[in-house]
Design a binder for this molecule. Sequence first.
Ligand SMILES: *Cc1c(COP(=O)(O)O)cnc(C)c1O
Length: 455
Amino acid sequence: MEHNWKKIEEMFPVIRDMEKEKEVCWVNPRKVSFAVAQQMVDLTMADVEDAQKRLERFAPMIERCFPETKETHGIIESPLCRIPAMQQRLNEKYHSNLTGTLLLKKDSHLAIGGSIKARGGIYEVLKHTEEIALEKNLLTEEDLKGGTEASKQAYYHLADESARKVFGQYELHAASTGNLGLSIGIMSAAIGYDVTVHMSVDAKEWKKERLRQHGVRVIEYATDYNAAVEKGRKKAAQKPNSYFVDDENSVNLFLGYAVAAKRLIGQLKDLSIPVDEAHPLFVYIPCGVGGAPGGVSFGLKQVFGDLVHCFFVEPVKAPCMLLGMSTGLHDEVSIREIGLDAKTHADGLAVARPSKFIGKVMEPFMSGEFTLKDSKLYQYMHDLLETEDVFLEPSACAAFQGPAMISSSAEMHTYLEEHGLLSKMSQATHIAWATGGGLVPAQVIAAYKKEVIED
Ligand SMILES: *Cc1c(COP(=O)(O)O)cnc(C)c1O
């Protein structure tokens, strides 16, 4: 579609800054109250709970295949931690004035995938597996209700050699900038699928290598993420026994991510952190195609309603969700149309065009967006290492742009004022959602540490 950019820029001046690769803080003018927003979408808490129960049913199988999940009995969940030294660093170094409590949600340390993709990606593989298992009489309708010893046993036995042979007759495909491929590839290989990951040009070498070690077929493309998705989708469509995990369209991925929210309630309680009228919650999540931050935020809105304020963060070189959201054009627009090329060190966020449905679903729920320069990714990476001794991959470090900017930007000040939040900021909780880094090999970490970036 041809767009009249002169007119669009006049209507949405933020685009002028985006074209110049300036960092922006953007407040979503289409956000409405949770009660109104919920009327605008078909998905509900019941869908999220359905996903959560499915993950619980599969827990015996996951625990059996992945001993690293023994402690959580097959439930894949990450810690939530206080990071006071990082908060102090942000305030001092970036002239931020963040009061309240800063927390780190360590999806970087999720079992199996080492990134937030271990939520959505693994969930979708399991959902598909359940369908095949039912069709092939490896599970009964009764097993799908869960909660019984028989059901537990049935799911446990999905990892038997005989079941693996059945799944081996099916092909599974996914396209990825790296992390989605890792989560889907590792889980699919464990179940026994004939699995292929279509990797975009941004994908890191070690991620491809790791997948090959797991017996996953890796096809490399010299194209960007959206083109890799297109290729994978076509390839999967050629065979009847083939399934494509479609990151640009998948409701399953979305719901897998959303499950994080209910589990967060207990984690906040364990830290004695309230979320109520006097104690608002702010969440900052790095965004690529939008599935992960969209799904997690959707779940959080279902759980906390108007008490939670969800912000996405993107690199200045690939702000596809911001372009889609701010113009309302969503997936009808690519950042290439405003002269950007998605070439960013944030490999997990190197996306030129957002998901086909996330933007539309999240439009009434999402509070706003931050963008940041690539050099900041590395600065925050060093800051976190130095203050808290936690390593995150550069993409994940984007999350810190939120806490660094929320209390110093004029746009955000207006947001806080309009929502009656200014007086509550000293009792607010901020969660930087660490989306990846857990599987990064030591020598790659060492190389990241030496990286010097000129914007
Ligand atoms: C994939 C990814 C994201 C964003 O997820 P999307 O669903 O693409 O928006 C953020 N951080 C990391 C490290 C990722 O791998």
